[in-house]
Each structure stands twice: as structure tokens, then as C-alpha cells.
Design a protein around this ligand. Sequence first.
Ligand code: PEP
Length: 249
Amino acid sequence: MRSKIVAGNWKMNKNLAETKALIADLVAKLPETNAEVMVAPTFVNLTNAVDGVKSSKIEVLAQNMHFAESGAYTGEISADMLINIGINTVILGHSERRAYFGETDDILAKKVKTALDKNLRVMFCFGEELEDRKSGNHFSLVESQLKNALFSLPESAWSNIVLAYEPVWAIGTGETASPEQAQEMHAFIRKTIADAYNAEVADNVSILYGGSVKPANAKEIFSKEDVDGGLIGGAALAADDFVAIINGI
Ligand code: PEP
């Protein structure tokens, strides 16, 4: 059975004091929910965030990691370093990593493999640019992103993968895919996985939607059959908004 998930990607926001305050606020306001609730602060504040969520069901995620075990990779963070501070899940393939830091499908395939080999759960992000959608290329683009980074993995790896479909044109723009557009793509993703593996793998993988999800639109998006929750950027930076989104699931 796939789980419902609401995850907040804090990106390069919140200093240490702000991180502690937001975590404390979330822990205090977290509603009763069957959904998994996750937050991804910046690397330097992960340890404090892990401490801060201890009395709650909130999980702390990392926003990225390197594919190498260790070594001469100045400025990078390894899977073991994350595990060592109590992180169990890492976001990989966010569109900002792809666009601003040159992360290709090949690099992401290596990162995914390392993370899974280390028993980290992977939240894998992917999605089309506006030009892809305008030209009608969005389904094949999404299919190729999945195929290139994930489809060489054995079936057993899929129990440790969460997908986050994030159309790039909807991230941080205020422009949201309509619930119907989200459902259409999520159903396509599930079918693509069923074709590459089987129906059981496809049915059991959680597929989150990301892209300008707000308290006002969360419930409708989350109501769609193949949408299992959301990856939230801007609206995850205020406890009341994030809680309202959690309440939409
Ligand atoms: C994101 O960056 O993953 C995201 C979905 O951002 P926003 O909610 O701000 O569009």
C-alpha cells in the first residue's frame, strides 16, 4: 500500500534560529494525520532539525547528496554523512539542481544508486519545462527522465523510492498544474512504471505533485486518484500554511 506524503522543501531558506523556530511551530501545530510529514532544511541545520522533530512524527530529509562514497569533492555531502546524523531520506533530481547545477539524468542515476545502496529512501523529482508542455513533448520527456535515472534499478529498489512530479513551469511561479493535468500525468507515470516493471510496483509507489501547492489548492489536487501528496516549496516556509496543506490530504 502506498503512503500519503506531504513534504516541505525549504531550499536555501531559514537560518539556524529560524529553523529551530519553524520546527518547533510545526511540532506544536501538527494535526492528526495518516500522511507522512517531512521537511527538508538546508544541510547546515539538519542536525538541529533532527533533534527538533524527535518527539513528533515529522521526518527530516536532505535536499541533495553526492554519488561518491567520500573523497576530494569540495563542498559536497555523502550518503554516509547524512545517515550518520539520522537522515533516512534524500531528495534527488530537483529541477533547481538540474537547471542551476548541471545535474543530468546520468549523474542522477549514479546518485540514486548510491543512495539506495546505502539504504536511504530517495524522493526523486522530475518534470517537464514549459516548452515541453507547449510542444506536446511532456509525456515523452517525463518518460525519458524516469527511464534514464530509475529503470535500470531492480524491482526490489522501488520500495525505497518516492516520486515527485514537478512541472518546472509551476515551481515557484504561482502557476499550478490543474488537478486534471496533475492526475493525467500521474496516471501516465504509473502506467509507465507498470509497463517497465509490473502493476504491483506501480500501485505501491507514492507519486507526489509539486508546483505552487498552497492551502487554497491542496485539497483539490490531493483528491485526485493518482496524486499521493505533495512536495511543497514556498508554502512550506510558514507553519500555518504547511499545516493547512497537510489538512488537505
Ligand atoms: C519545489 O521547489 O519543490 C516546489 C514545489 O516549490 P513551490 O511550491 O514554491 O512551487
